[in-house]
Design a protein around this ligand. Structure first.
Ligand SMILES: Nc1ncnc2c1ncn2[C@@H]1O[C@H](COP(=O)(O)OP(=O)(O)OP(=O)(O)O)[C@@H](O)[C@H]1O
Ligand SMILES: [Mg+2]
Length: 266
């Protein structure tokens, strides 16, 4: 199996706080890979390093054979890595369609101001972008709300919109930071299906998630981060039964986590 993303001896310190220490992780191409771990373990920091929002203190990140060190976030997006955020970032005053088109423009290489130009060529590109935006909204089952203001969406719908916008940059690797946080049971079940379909279309998915049923139901391969170190990696059964993993989660009542057996998204 070929590798999509490889982290080698990756570390990140904040002052004296060693948030990530010597993280080695290989994310295979294709499939749905999961990263779990207690609150504050350093999971989101891993995504911030991969997407260039923060420089590493040490180590390296390779994506499809290219070193990401020193690259700016927009270059990393162009190379084919897109993400969603733990705290949703969408343009609330814009329509759903416009939100997704912002992602398409990032990929086409001209900014939203490009909308002001009106050459024939531009208008045909614009039409194609609009069609693609509708298509991506339909993937996340939001096309019927394309013209609504993003602010009108429920929390779960806003998460799906962010996913559609991430897809608009035409990524090869999609990083999802807690995709079901704040969703109700029905929304989780639906999102599970949406993510399976996206995965089947050939996107590599790397997700951080606290909902154990969701992550274990979707990911065949899971890594566990605890205090900035990878303590386990394997299939859901081996993770669920790993004594060090159980220990890491014990006594952390702030974490709404139990290592329950899967049985669909709860
Ligand atoms: N920019 C920053 N400056 C200083 N400290 C930071 C910064 N970003 C993260 N940290 C610290 O690093 C640690 C790990 O944070 P991170 O957000 O990566 O954890 P997480 O595993 O995503 O947690 P959660 O499950 O709660 O989202 C925390 O102690 C956090 O306060
Ligand atoms: Mg986080």
């Amino acid at each position: 199996m070929s590798t999509s993303l490889q982290l080698n001896a990756l570390s990140r310190h904040f002052g004296g706080l060693k948030v990530l220490q010597d993280v080695n992780l290989e994310v295979p191409q294709g499939g749905i890979f999961g990263l779990i771990g207690p609150n504050g373990a350093g999971k989101t920091t891993v995504f911030n390093l991969i997407t260039g929002l923060l420089p590493p203190t040490g180590g390296r990140i390779d994506f499809q054979g290219h070193n990401l060190a020193g690259r700016k976030p927009h270059e990393i997006t162009r190379m084919g890595i897109a993400r969603t955020f733990q705290n949703i970032r969408i343009f609330k005053e814009m329509s759903l369609l416009e939100n997704v088109m912002v992602g398409l423009h990032a990929q086409l290489g001209y900014g939203p101001l490009g909308l002001l130009f009106s050459s024939v060529l531009f208008r045909s590109e614009e039409r194609r972008a609009r069609e693609r935006a509708h298509e991506l909204l339909s993937w996340v089952k939001l096309d019927h709300k394309a013209q609504e203001k993003a602010d009108n969406l429920s929390y779960g719908e806003q998460r799906k919109l962010e996913l559609a916008r991430a897809l608009a940059t035409n990524p090869k690797l999609l990083l999802l930071d807690e995709p079901v946080a704040g969703m109700n049971s029905a929304e989780k079940v639906e999102l599970m299906q949406v993510i399976r379909t996206i995965s089947a279309r050939g996107y590599t998915i790397f997700m951080i998630e606290h909902d154990m049923r969701f992550v274990m139901g979707l990911c065949g391969d899971i890594a566990v981060l605890n205090f900035g170190r990878i303590i386990a990696r394997g299939d859901p059964d081996s993770i669920r039964n790993n004594p060090e993993v159980i220990e890491a989660y014990l006594g952390r009542e702030d974490d709404e986590v139990s290592l329950a057996a899967p049985g669909g998204a709860a």
